[in-house]
Design a protein around this ligand. Sequence first.
Ligand SMILES: [Zn+2]
Length: 144
Amino acid sequence: MGKSGRLLRYLWAGPYTVLGLLLGGCAVLFGARMQRHDGVVEVSGGLIGRTLAKLPPTLGFAAMTLGHVILAIDRSALAQLRLHEHVHVRQYERWGPFFLPAYLLSSLLQLLRGRHPYRENHFERQAYAVVAEHRRLVRDSIRG
Ligand SMILES: [Zn+2]
């Protein structure tokens, strides 16, 4: 895609990116590290990250994506989840302002069907499928 297409995708996901930068900026004030990687701003660690890491798994999270910003509890979580979160970045680029409502609606529909609202969420399934496919390709290329 050309430069204008790239700009459009950033603008389309922009409202969430602004939110991510605000949250990430707060995290940086409390010692988090901010860096750019593959066209995405990554924020990891600091006091907020350490606090979230202490929450029970059902309440906590290791990483989340807001537009072109990935927020992670620490650098190892960031490295582990980068590919998964980048699928979400692509989803934000496609859905723009509609991403979060669509994401929540998908969780709600799963819940109403008696399924797990996170694992069975359409967007999460897509992210997990991409990571699984990537791992399969890496495994196959190592085998030769
Ligand atoms: Zn996810």
